[in-house]
Design a protein around this ligand. Structure first.
Ligand code: ADP
Length: 211
């Protein structure tokens, strides 16, 4: 773990005790009239995670649902600015993201994330931390098509060797074994993709708060 001076310190020696507030997650969910949860988009860079997550957010927002999109690059600008793309750093990047997601879900939000999250082990970790509050959506798109889109010119740089450890080019992407939903963005436009996600959430009754 990088730059984490407390990593080997036990909570008991720090006298850190979790403080339970008067207002609980269930109270917030009841007030909001919907359940909170985490919708995790995984896929190659340029597969469409961010585009779809933001479109889904817009549609949920219009239905009065409290949402927030956590985007890979944005998180790396601030919270995880000290982390790179080695296996160890990717793990720590994810660990911090999951903690933020848990707080946001506790705060009553429907969180949509757009992280490449290329490793099965890491996605299994997220699921284990969120359990039933987690939905995994694999945004499927071939490397060839992602490379053709290349909205940020990053595949070009990766091919030229300017960017190292680039997922799909010089670092692996492990296709999810058992995602809750697969959206193939080579065969549908962003609008249709967002509608498919909404239909799926409805079919699972994912956002219904039960007292
Ligand atoms: P990611 O977040 O996975 O890196 P982005 O959403 O930033 O990907 O970029 C995906 C690009 O692919 C955008 O330029 C978007 O317009 C385009 N695109 C084409 N078809 C689709 C689709 N069906 N769903 C999402 N994006 C698509």
């Amino acid at each position: 773990m990088k730059n984490n001076s407390t990593s080997n310190i036990q909570h008991s020696t720090l006298n850190i005790v979790w403080h339970n507030g008067y207002v609980k997650r269930a109270d917030r969910n009841r007030l909001n009239k919907h359940k909170s949860g985490l919708i995790w988009f995984t896929g190659l860079s340029a597969s469409g995670k961010s585009t779809i997550a933001h479109l889904v957010e817009k549609k949920l927002h219009e239905q009065g649902i409290r949402t927030y999109v956590l985007d890979g690059d944005n998180v790396r600008h601030g919270l995880n600015v000290d982390l790179g793309f080695s296996r160890e750093d990717r793990k720590e990047n994810l660990r911090r993201i999951v903690e933020v997601c848990k707080l946001m879900v506790d705060a009553g939000l429907v969180v949509l994330t757009a992280f490449i999250s290329p490793y099965n082990e890491d996605r299994a970790y997220v699921r284990s931390k969120l359990n039933d509050d987690y939905i995994e959506i694999y945004v499927k798109c071939s490397v060839e098509e992602c490379e053709r889109r290349d909205p940020k010119g990053l595949y070009k740089k990766a091919r030229a060797g300017i960017i190292k450890n680039y997922t799909g080019i010089s670092a692996p992407y492990e296709v999810p074994d058992n995602p809750d939903l697969v959206i193939d963005t080579e065969h549908c436009d962003p609008e249709k993709a967002a509608v498919l996600v909404l239909e799926f959430l409805k079919s699972r009754d994912f956002l219904r708060f039960r007292n």
